[in-house]
Design a protein. Structure first.
Length: 216
């Protein structure tokens, strides 16, 4: 009796499927976060940026981190818990406008990367890359202080002239010597200037005749 070719094909295909599944599971390593394997800090390098000093920290997987600034000593420390330094990770010295040196130190189960800044007045921005296991850190030193005015410095006193009292506001000389502006003549509709003068004359005569108290 001749063997069924479809049955032979299905029997020969089953070991191939099992073998592929076993090989695939063997070559894909488990996630380091699930097994507790420490993160490997592979290297630290400078990246291109037109304005900032961009620092790239390459890892074997994404992880949590924190930054510890110390502007008094001009340092910024990147702390990665549950991490180990890779074979290519080492301290370096740079001739950069914002960065002088990168120091690497393993402390227990953590890796500390210390950035020695050129200026204490340095702004920094950081984030985890969205498409790779990489921490991006941008540095920008400020040559001018954030506050232009000096705190605690008394304001200069206003200019005073001879004869002015201390609580008197100083008035420019030009404004003092300027004569007071004369008020424009009052015009009454329907009356000529002669009629207005006559009305004023009669009012003065009435004041003299009847007394000033009536007009208070």
């Amino acid at each position: 009796m001749a063997p069924n070719p479809n049955r032979l094909f299905s029997q020969s295909l089953l070991p191939v499927v099992l073998l592929c599944g076993w090989l695939g599971g063997g070559f894909v390593p488990p996630l380091a976060a699930e097994t507790g394997e420490p993160v490997e800090v592979q290297r630290v390098r400078l990246g291109p940026h037109p304005e900032y000093t961009r620092i790239l920290v390459d890892l074997n997987r994404s992880t949590d981190y924190r930054l510890q600034p110390d502007f008094e000593h001009k340092t910024l420390t990147l702390i990665l818990p549950n991490a180990r330094p890779g074979p290519r990770l080492r301290s370096k010295t740079y001739h950069d406008k914002n960065l002088e040196r990168i120091g690497v130190e393993a402390r227990g189960q953590a890796v500390h990367i210390r950035f020695q800044l050129t200026q204490s007045n340095t702004r920094f921005f950081h984030s985890m890359s969205s498409d790779r296991a990489q921490i991006i850190l941008d540095l920008k030193g400020e040559t001018k202080p954030y506050l232009g005015a000096q705190i605690g410095q008394p304001a200069p006193p206003p200019e005073s002239r001879a004869g002015d009292s201390g609580d008197r506001e100083a008035v420019p000389q030009r404004a003092r010597s300027r004569p007071p502006a004369s008020s424009p003549p009052v015009r009454i509709l329907g009356m000529t200037p002669e009629s207005v003068r006559e009305l004023n004359r009669k009012a003065i005569e009435s004041k003299l005749e009847h007394g000033w108290e009536d007009y208070q």
